[in-house]
Design a protein around this ligand. Structure first.
Ligand SMILES: Cc1ncc(COP(=O)(O)O)c(C=O)c1O
Length: 417
């Protein structure tokens, strides 16, 4: 029987099929095609509730803002905002997606290391909750663009080299994000001299897929070495399990240690924000593929009908996944590279992985693809971006439809139709 611990919590083996949110994957594949992102909707709601309870239970003035970049779809955001979350958005584009999902403008936190005038003007016009100032140029822009005081936080680069892939570390000394600790007093002084900026607090986000909670505690201490404020936003970054041997802190452990550190170093009379992305959505979603070809070239290549068009995690960060061949629960395992259909050898979903005797036409499910896969989906080789299917109580609904060939040509001004 398959190890279901990486799949969404509702996953159940059902003979030679697998059900998620009560829906059989074979039926989803028939009805909606492959590849497809399949979401356990209840898992999203439960995760949001778990976050809210873990933080507000320890610190009433806590706000959980979903980091929209992890799954920038209005259909996902609306489930999470209805569960009580605000949104961390980068730029006007993510802000528009969040607003289209029905997010309360006051619950939005605008980020970006290179915000344009348009990004800042859009956040001011929408009445975003906070604009997070990432550097001195943001201050100049706010001064130029705001006609009345806007609430801002100052992003601090705390000088913490987090234990994660270099591309996911954002709090180190030479990071492009935030203001280095030694320049923070100057940035605070500059903000205070700008009547249009209402400085409320500090922000730090040290990176993504972090499984050592001690690093978040270190970030709290780094912020506590600076002037005290009323609002502290500790970013996101909590890591998740991608493989059966992986461990990751629970939301409860993370919240417990983060809030304890905040109370110890910053006091209890503060507002706390956190911005979980990956840990909010990763496990709630799987990607469903069909095997197109199996080729033994010394290495066994099992190629599916998607790949780096819908999942760039391995190509960009070397992230490994734990795919399952649906229904072949007890079949003879083989070692293979699970690859995609795109024209480069780097188009690998996971190399050197154990798969149960995959054959052409089989369904392959790749768990833990809820974070940053939809985000970076692309049209490499003219691939159509997959749909997002929500499953709940045995009913499936389309959150995002599959792209069409008309969509593919929609921006081609000179194309013949
Ligand atoms: C400012 C900020 N907050 C939150 C997040 C979300 O991080 P994660 O998806 O690891 O929780 C990110 C992502 O890197 C970020 O840059």
């Amino acid at each position: 029987m398959p190890d279901l611990s990486l799949l969404p919590p509702s996953a159940r083996a059902d003979g030679d099929d697998l059900r998620i949110g009560g829906c059989a994957l074979s039926e989803l594949a028939r009805e909606f095609g492959t590849p497809a992102y399949v979401i356990d909707e209840q898992a999203l709601r439960d995760r949001a509730a778990e976050y809210v309870a873990a933080f507000t239970g320890r610190h009433a003035r806590s706000r959980i803002c979903f980091a929209v970049k992890a799954f920038p779809s209005a259909s996902v955001i609306s489930v999470l905002t209805r569960a009580g979350l605000g949104c961390d958005v980068v730029g006007e584009g993510e802000m528009r997606i969040a607003l289209a999902a029905g997010a309360d403008p006051g619950s939005l936190v605008l980020h970006g290391n290179a915000k344009s005038d348009a990004d800042i003007a859009a956040a001011i016009a929408a009445g975003a909750g906070y604009i997070v100032v990432d550097g001195f140029d943001d201050i100049d822009r706010i001064e130029r663009l705001a006609t009345r005081p806007v609430p801002v936080l100052l992003r601090v680069s705390p000088g913490i080299e987090s234990a994660t892939h270099a591309a996911l570390a954002t709090g180190g000394r030479r990071s492009k994000f935030g203001v280095p600790v030694e320049h923070v007093p100057e940035a605070i002084a500059r903000l205070r001299a700008v009547p249009a900026a209402d400085l409320r607090g500090l922000h730090a986000h040290i990176g993504s897929q972090i499984t050592d909670v001690g690093q978040f505690e270190a970030a709290v201490e780094a912020l506590a070495s600076l002037e005290r404020f009323e609002v502290y936003d500790f970013g996101g970054g909590l890591g998740v399990r991608y493989g059966p041997g992986d461990t990751a802190p629970s939301v409860d452990e993370y919240a417990g240690r983060l809030v304890a550190a905040a109370h110890k170093h910053l006091g209890t009379d503060i507002e706390i924000l956190v911005e979980p992305g990956r840990s909010m959505v990763a496990r709630a979603c799987v990607t469903l593929y069909r095997v197109v070809t199996v080729k033994d070239a010394g290495t066994l290549h099992v190629a599916v009908d998607g790949g780096m068009g819908d999942n760039l995690e391995h190509s960009l960060y070397g992230q490994r996944f734990t795919p399952l061949v649906v229904g072949r629960w007890d079949a003879r395992p083989v070692t293979a590279d699970l690859v995609g259909r795109h024209c480069e050898s780097g188009d690998v979903i996971t190399p050197d992985v154990t798969l149960a005797d995959p054959r052409v036409g089989d369904l392959v499910v790749v768990p833990v693809t809820g974070a940053y896969c939809f985000t970076m989906a692309n049209n490499y080789n003219g691939a159509l971006r997959p749909p997002v299917i929500f499953c709940d109580g045995g009913t499936a609904r389309v959150g995002v439809r599959r792209e069409t060939y008309d969509d593919l040509l929609a921006r081609e001004v000179g194309a013949r139709r």
